[in-house]
Design a protein around this ligand. Structure first.
Ligand code: SF4
Length: 347
């Protein structure tokens, strides 16, 4: 039987017509599943008993089981564990709370095949892509939590959790269709960002889709020699090719491209780094987001002290490069960048 939340949005009408129902029923069912977040067809009140039976015979509907909810003591982040639809693994997602913003940091793969050395997820290797149901399911689960707290619903989305979203392109795109649809969640491209390690053909494909979403590229180093060591993908797509596609993305989408840059003291915040970043970033709309390296189990690279971070940000600003320092929300709940890892459930 087909899992309803794995059906791409544009194919739902066809599925409903195929079981002998009128087209308009599709919109009602979509509204119950996504807006009202019901867990079963029986909860759909304006749907006849006969149609409910047909739906139950043809489709599976459910929600991801929530395994853990850990709230940061600072009140600015909540980490969630969800069981995968097959029940074998835990998917981790994080809610970031900042003023009026409720941002969900979504995972898109179980593990990741790109193996960046500073990343906990990368240490797992790629287990599999998450399905559309598992990507949208994280969003639904976090909205359930927000409603239970009497809070507002998710306003912003970042694909910066486990995995490389652009390497799970179909499910990423189909999930975006649900997030962005004006009759469903209506989250515009300006409130969505996808992070990538710099897989150049995937960024080209994203450009073709003309979604106008934000692009954040994990740069993390100023030289190919060092980036090769930190991010093995650099051997395939070196910094020059990443910069060329970033310039194209900024020009064709009209969006500022963000470069995520992890500060590893003495390695990525040197005078040579400043010089190289000036060369890369001049003449196009981009900014650098400095990320203090987070500690994680097994990691042995040195994180920066606050003063050296600020010094580096100031030096970039003096060169005319917009630089921000990312507040590492949720560090106390192990939900900050590079710290998510989906564990296998032992039974
Ligand atoms: S940083 Fe991103 S691309 Fe690199 S291993 Fe981790 S999840 Fe994969």
């Amino acid at each position: 039987m087909e899992r309803f939340k794995n059906i791409p949005l544009h194919e739902i009408v066809g599925r409903i017509v195929a079981i002998g129902e009128k087209k308009f029923r599709a919109q009602q069912i979509i509204s119950w599943v996504y807006d009202k977040r019901v867990a079963a067809f029986d909860e759909m009140r304006n749907i006849s008993g006969e149609l409910k039976e047909k739906l139950k015979q043809n489709f599976l509907l459910g929600k991801l089981n929530v395994t853990t909810i850990i709230e940061s003591k600072y009140g600015d982040a909540v980490k969630f564990g969800f069981e995968t639809a097959d029940g074998d693994y835990i998917i981790e997602s994080v809610l970031l709370i900042d003023g009026d913003r409720r941002t969900i940091c979504l995972s898109s793969q179980l593990g990741c095949g790109l193996g960046c050395v500073f990343c906990e997820t990368g240490k797992m290797g790629l287990i599999r892509n998450l399905t559309q149901e598992e990507i949208v399911g994280q969003f639904i689960g976090v909205n359930d939590y927000l409603v239970s707290k009497g809070d507002k619903l998710i306003t912003n989305i970042v694909f910066m959790g486990m995995g490389e979203a652009l390497s799970n392109f179909e499910n990423f795109l189909n999930s975006l269709a649900i997030f962005m649809h004006e009759d469903i969640y209506n989250i515009g491209g300006r409130r969505i960002t996808v992070s990538t390690a710099g897989v150049v053909p995937s960024i080209e494909r994203l450009l073709k889709e003309k979604l106008n979403i934000g692009l954040a590229i994990s740069l993390n180093s100023y030289s190919n020699e060092l980036r090769d060591q930190l991010m093995p993908i650099n051997k395939k797509y070196p910094i020059e090719s990443v910069m060329a596609i970033a310039r194209r993305y900024a020009a064709e989408s009209g969006r500022t491209v963000t470069f995520e840059y992890v500060i590893i003291d003495g390695k990525t915040n040197t005078p040579e780094a400043l010089q190289a970043l000036q060369k890369y970033c001049s003449g196009f709309d981009c900014k650098i987001n400095l990320i203090p390296l987070n500690p994680f189990a097994g990691g042995n690279l040195p994180g920066p002290i606050d003063s050296s971070l600020e010094k580096f940000a100031d030096a970039l600003s003096r060169m005319g490069i917009t630089a921000t320092i990312r507040k590492s929300r949720g560090q106390d709940i192990w939900g900050a960048c590079g710290q998510l890892a989906g564990k296998r459930i032992s039974r």
